[in-house]
Design a protein around this ligand. Structure first.
Ligand SMILES: NC(=O)c1ccc[n+]([C@@H]2O[C@H](COP(=O)([O-])OP(=O)(O)OC[C@H]3O[C@@H](n4cnc5c(N)ncnc54)[C@H](OP(=O)(O)O)[C@@H]3O)[C@@H](O)[C@H]2O)c1
Length: 302
């Protein structure tokens, strides 16, 4: 089966090709293959020439603080109704780029799967289902939510898969689990936030869920997240225990201290995954995911 995708060199996308390389023949829309998603013409050519009936859209500018720095430039260009082609800002990649993908899918009649984020919510509720209305509080989230709206208004067959805090065993760019692991191995002091709630998601589970969603007829939003909401402080303790590292290096801090000079973050991001669970998709708890990460790392070092 052929599948055309953006973002296959990224943290999530590269695991998709690793795990499903035998099932899918991948077509890639990427800068290294000559297609910048901010360029409508080249996006259309790539999508139109592909035999895949589905486009999986993972590409994004994902650095939250980097995106926040783009805010003024983006707003200025938006006010001037300027052209975002070949620009590297959050709006250019996450909104303009998504618009180009949506328009090309409309012209060619392809199904679109858009990967989004838990950050579209403001974190003021105890829990979020797919029926809750987003209210982004930073520029990264705002641009991802604008992308969601373009997808929902497209009239296409579409799926929005929102994920959160993805982690995996091996990749050149370190996710939050491996950042913490490295620091624990170096015996560094870790100040971890206690008053923020997240739902870490094992990337192998995301890949499995996307595989199921690709094969489904339905249109809709799905929360593709793990099964265990917890604070970064609790997460760090679990990592230390699973890898038998010194947990006395982990200290408590608050959001106010930690995020003082950074982009605003939503506080309580407890996304519920009941909708995908009812489809029979199994998402790991953080404990289960960590065990699997450790086992995969150990198997490499044997
Ligand atoms: N990472 C997270 O914490 C997180 C959390 C929730 C949701 N998500 C969502 O999950 C998806 C995948 O995230 P990720 O962490 O795997 O991303 P990532 O590792 O940051 O990779 C981003 C991908 O987007 C591609 N890309 C960026 N700008 C592009 C452009 N102008 N034209 C073509 N390709 C471009 C990059 O390709 P190059 O090789 O050319 O740079 C790369 O493959 C994103 O949509 C993100 O919003 C991520």
């Amino acid at each position: 089966m052929k599948i055309l995708a953006t973002g296959l060199s990224g943290l999530v996308g590269s695991r998709f090709t690793e795990l499903l390389g035998d099932k899918y023949q991948f077509g890639e829309i990427s800068r290294s293959s000559g297609v910048d998603i901010t360029d409508a013409n080249s996006v259309y050519k790539a999508i139109n020439s592909s035999l895949s009936t589905t486009v999986l859209h993972l590409a994004a500018k994902t650095n939250v603080d980097g995106c926040e720095k783009d805010k003024e430039t983006d707003k200025d260009l938006l006010d001037k109704k300027g052209d975002f082609t070949n620009r590297d800002t959050a709006w250019a990649i996450n909104v303009w780029g998504t618009k180009n993908i949506v328009e090309a899918c409309k012209k060619t009649g392809k199904k679109l799967i858009y990967v989004s984020t838990d950050f579209v919510f403001d974190g003021k509720k105890n829990a979020y289902t797919e029926r809750d209305i987003p209210n982004p509080i930073n520029w990264y989230a705002k641009t991802k939510y604008e992308g969601e709206k373009l997808v929902q208004d497209s009239g296409l067959s579409w799926i929005i898969a929102r994920t959160a805090y993805p982690y995996r065993a091996v990749f050149e760019r370190r996710d939050f689990v491996r950042v913490l692991l490295d620091r624990l191995y170096r015996h560094e002091r870790l100040a971890m936030v206690t008053d923020h709630i997240m739902v870490p998601t094992f990337i192998d589970d995301i890949v499995n869920a996307l595989d199921v969603l690709i094969g489904m007829e339905d249109t809709g939003i799905f929360h593709v997240v793990g099964n265990q909401p917890l604070s970064p402080y609790e997460a760090a303790l679990k990592i230390a225990r699973e890898f038998e590292l010194d947990e006395s290096m982990i200290y408590k801090t608050t959001r106010k201290e930690y995020f003082d000079d950074k982009a605003p973050r939503p506080f309580y991001l407890n996304l519920k995954n009941d909708k995908i669970t009812k489809l029979g998709i199994r998402m790991s708890t953080f404990d289960e995911g960590l065990r699997e990460v450790k086992s995969q790392i150990d198997s490499i070092h044997i």
